[in-house]
Design a protein around this ligand. Structure first.
Ligand code: B12
Ligand code: SF4
Length: 635
């Protein structure tokens, strides 16, 4: 628990909790060290501290802001109740950044607090996504309101003061809906920040911040565009420098920039230029992981400047290699003909690539998934591949369409963590689909392929001693822990009494016996995998020819690839996509470089209207003639 100020007199207590979610047995997923500090918590914590410093409740009522991340800290409602009582009974528990899979846990945290009369508010993607896309407030949110929980939809930047003032008067509204009022980020005085005490409860001394929000594309499974808008809103280079310097001063030098698509942050270049100055002139060796789309390599200077700005890892939304699937998901910007060029370009600059791969698009079958993964292993120079079940996340167009059509979707929000099948598929049974997800990890991360990935990286000048722990993390999480690597942590903490409401408490002896057996089984499996990876690294380092390693994936892109590489020839959709790209390239006036979405229609506060800029066309659309498909739900 992070406690900024202490006192015993009348002080308003603003307690911010980032909740976790439940595992398959109904226990809270919690770690001694969790993956990474939450940017949602950093953002709201900082805004709340700004309001406290501005004394929004007047000079006589100070505000204490406390932040708790449940993925690494035990939440004890009784303690929170006592704390608020000890400070004059004035307070608010804000449950922050609540994703759909965390909503049931958030409500369970709120229950005892509400029973004790404590004011509780829930904000984040679940409530914002539902309010943005659905005609009616869904049942789970209405039930939360019935418990007296206040709902905050939208972004807190311009509204935190109002929320605190209403809570101090004991007059929280059941709903704050600011979905049509997205703030500009440029001049926000309190950008995301978490103190060192907080960062050290996570793995690797890395923190996160968003340099911008919004993405211009239109993927049908995406929630971001319907919550944060399609218009790029971004922090100024001054603000980014401020975030970096605050962290540098406390010894935190590595960052995850959480923008879903940093390549489409309209100010990426000015931000990079500032970071390059900090690195090259001021001696601040800051390093980054960013997220981008598959056309980023066509933005002039983007990859080269990424390298100079200290980017060492990049996450790419590859999603699928079957063009028919990509078109069905409105992911028109993903062109299989560009994948190799893009990946080789990142490799050329020695940057590790992580790609997301979605299973369960309309044309997927267990056999096609297996076949596609074999092609990827052979032909795409990727370091890490992470799998997700195609999920109609509340806030996405897919969810809206299925809800409107009355198609079955699992009502248990805890399962919306992209690992569970929660709706039907036209070509796979629920079990086949679920099994395809589980086996995908094993198909990709074989011992043989782990060696290939490390050999490719070594030949490209990537530090394989840094890559090895990351491969360890991504290849182990699902087989060993049965959790996605993005939810994993170090040393699982499982409390018998922190069980999902409605499930019985187990007796201590069988519970702890099973827990101990699980921990030793996992420790053994992890030690085995670590030794295996270490042995591969040593073998490569000892190999005098390792620098000259070459295979199909590393071969430079050539015209003839389209005649023999399976990624281009495997099916009709792939062949058509190649043909279409050829036609486009042959057109007079065709420009290979895409622009980074720099239209200049931005208003002074960084956004236009409600930020859901439907008029903003996909800036690659001019290159392609295919009609825009209708929404295509997974089933
Ligand atoms: C970064 C990130 C992560 C990081 C989190 C750590 C970190 N460094 O932040 C990691 C990689 C660990 C992660 C993991 C996962 N993530 Co994630 N993640 C994101 C991402 C890209 C950015 C989050 C962020 O910082 N947003 C910016 C903040 C400021 O926005 P915000 O959370 O909405 O908060 C604002 C408002 O909502 C509001 N607000 C929020 N809370 C509160 C509370 C109060 C009291 C008030 C007044 C206001 C308020 O004010 C805030 C400031 O404006 C988002 C996408 C996105 N663009 O947000 C996906 C996203 C949140 N993740 C998502 C998912 C599904 C996951 C995973 C399940 C994926 C997986 N299979 O593992 C896991 C689950 C983790 C878990 N349960 O333990 C989904 C959630 C969709 C949904 N409907 O639930 C998103 C939206 C992406 C998507 N695919 O659509 N994630
Ligand atoms: S590229 Fe698609 S999935 Fe990624 S943020 Fe943009 S719209 Fe969403």
């Amino acid at each position: 628990m992070l406690d900024t100020k202490r006192g015993t007199t009348r002080r308003f207590q603003l307690i911010l909790i980032k909740p976790s979610h439940y595992d398959a047995d109904g226990y809270v997923v919690q770690w001694l060290r969790s993956t990474m500090p939450s940017n949602s918590l950093a953002a709201v914590f900082s805004l709340a501290n700004g309001a406290a410093e501005r004394r929004v409740l007047g000079p006589d009522l100070p505000i204490d802001v406390i932040a708790i991340d449940e993925t690494n800290t035990h939440v004890v409602p009784k303690k929170l109740i006592r704390r608020i009582a000890a400070h004059g009974g004035l307070g608010l528990v804000g449950i922050v950044g609540v994703q759909s899979n965390e909503f049931p846990r958030a409500v369970d945290i709120a229950r005892p607090l509400r029973a004790a009369g404590i004011q509780v508010m829930i904000g984040g993607f679940h409530v914002s996504g539902c309010l943005s896309m659905l005609q009616e407030i869904p049942e789970d949110i209405r039930q939360a309101q019935a418990l007296g929980i206040s709902i905050f939809a939208g972004e807190a930047e311009e509204h935190i003061g109002e929320v605190i003032e209403d809570a101090a008067r004991g007059r929280l509204k059941p709903l704050y809906n600011y979905m049509k009022d997205l703030p500009g980020l440029g001049n926000i005085a309190s950008p995301p920040f978490l103190p060192y005490d907080f960062v050290q409860r996570t793995v690797g001394n890395v923190t996160s911040f968003d340099a911008g929000r919004g993405c211009p594309f239109q993927c049908s499974f995406c929630t971001i565009i319907n919550v944060q808008g399609r218009k790029s809103r971004y922090r100024t280079p001054d603000s980014v420098e401020h975030i970096l310097r605050m962290n540098w001063a406390q010894g935190v030098k590595r960052f995850f920039i959480t923008d879903d698509n940093f390549a489409r942050n309209k100010d990426w270049e000015a931000i990079y230029d500032r970071i390059i100055k900090l690195r090259e002139e001021d001696g601040m060796d800051v390093r980054f992981m960013i997220q981008v789309d598959t056309l980023c390599h066509r933005i002039p200077n983007f990859i080269e400047k990424s390298r100079r700005a200290g980017v060492t890892r990049v996450f790419i939304g590859l999603e699928n290699i079957n063009p028919a699937n990509l078109i069905a998901a409105k992911k028109r910007q993903n062109k299989i003909t560009e994948y190799r060029k893009m990946l080789l370009e990142w490799k050329r600059y020695g940057i590790m690539t992580f790609a997301g791969y979605i299973l369960g698009f309309p044309n997927d079958t267990p056999e096609s998934i297996r076949h596609d993964l074999d092609i990827i292993k052979k032909e795409l120079p990727l370091d890490m591949l992470e799998f997700f079940v195609l999920t109609p996340l509340p806030g996405s167009e897919d969810h809206k369409v299925l809800a409107e059509k009355g198609v079955w979707m699992d009502p248990d929000m805890n399962k919306y963590e992209l690992e569970h099948v929660v709706t039907a598929h036209a070509k796979m049974s629920k079990d086949e689909w679920q099994e395809a997800y589980r086996t995908a990890w094993g198909i990709f991360y074989t011992e043989e392929h782990l060696e290939t990935v490390l050999r490719r990286a070594y030949a490209c000048g990537i530090n394989i001693r840094s890559l090895m722990p990351v491969l360890f993390w991504f290849s182990s999480a699902v087989p060993v822990e049965n959790l996605h690597p993005l939810q994993w942590g170090i040393f699982r903490i499982k409390r018998r009494t922190d069980r999902r409401s409605g499930l019985p408490l187990e007796s201590p002896i069988p519970f702890y016996a099973r827990y101990a057996a699980e921990m030793s089984r996992k420790a053994l499996a992890l030690a085995k995998r670590w030794r295996m990876l270490k042995a591969i690294v040593r073998k490569i380092e000892a190999d005098p020819n390792a620098k000259a390693y070459m295979d199909g994936a590393l071969t430079p892109v050539a015209e003839e690839d389209s005649e023999h590489m399976e990624i281009y020839t495997q099916n009709e959709a792939a062949r058509t996509a190649v043909e279409r790209e050829r036609r486009v390239a042959a057109k007079p006036g065709h420009q290979p470089h895409a622009h980074a979405g720099n239209d200049n229609r931005q208003t002074a506060n960084g956004h236009e209207g409600n930020g859901h800029d439907d008029a903003h066309h996909d800036h690659h659309a001019h290159e392609h003639e295919e009609p825009r498909p209708e929404a295509s739900p997974p089933a």
